[in-house]
Design a binder for this molecule. Structure first.
Ligand code: CTP
Ligand code: MG
Length: 175
């Protein structure tokens, strides 16, 4: 899940500048996505997710073999590393954008909290993209037990990193 987690944090670090919706407003009088979704955040986030995945492949997988721990590989079952990493990283941020679209339709301002949805949007986005692009790889790596563990652990991890992000000043809210 790391290539899906890191794009969110790195979007907050590198984000800013031109919003993806170009400032446009829908008929309901609210922004399409809002100023919290920017091109810089999107592309920097995806790039960091893919780079982290490559780093894991190059260093962590061989190191884990020495320790006799088996870490999954980001390839196999008909999918290449690039397709899998791009799916995990871009799915994460598209899930997050999809959520922002609905937050705006509900009249929620940028940064307003939507418990559990804010913590799991990127997990679901990453899973949907990866399932669609790499169904065989998805099936052997995301077993039911692993998915349950991810759904339980991610909100806790997300809250912890966001409090850190708030303290160091890259996030406006601690959620
Ligand atoms: N960010 C970005 N581009 C993205 C995603 C995030 O620039 N595609 C940056 C923005 O600076 C954003 C911060 O990361 O404020 C935190 O992201 P998030 O919590 O997802 O955005 P919010 O500001 O809370 O906006 P929303 O209410 O739409 O979720
Ligand atoms: Mg937010």
């Amino acid at each position: 899940m790391l290539p899906a987690y890191i794009p969110n944090s790195m979007a907050a670090v590198f984000g800013g500048g031109r919003p993806i919706d170009g400032g446009r407003i829908l008929k309901d009088g609210r922004r399409i996505l809002g100023d919290g979704k920017t091109y810089r955040g999107l592309f920097a986030g995806i790039a960091c997710g893919v780079l982290l995945g490559l780093f894991q492949m190059l260093f962590l997988t061989p190191a884990s073999e020495l320790l006799h721990i088996s870490l999954p590989s980001f390839s196999g079952r008909g999918s290449t590393t690039m397709v899998i990493l791009l799916s995990l990283a871009s799915g994460s941020l598209f899930g997050d954008m999809f959520k922002s679209f609905f937050k705006r339709r509900l009249g929620m301002k940028r940064g307003a909290s939507l418990p559990l949805v804010d913590q799991l949007d990127f997990v679901l986005g990453a899973w949907v993209f990866t399932y669609l692009s790499s169904p065989g790889w998805f099936a052997i790596n995301f077993t039911r037990d692993i998915m349950v563990a991810v759904l339980v652990l991610t909100p806790l991890l997300h809250l912890t990193t966001n409090v850190v992000g708030y303290i160091i000043g890259v996030k406006k809210e601690p959620w």
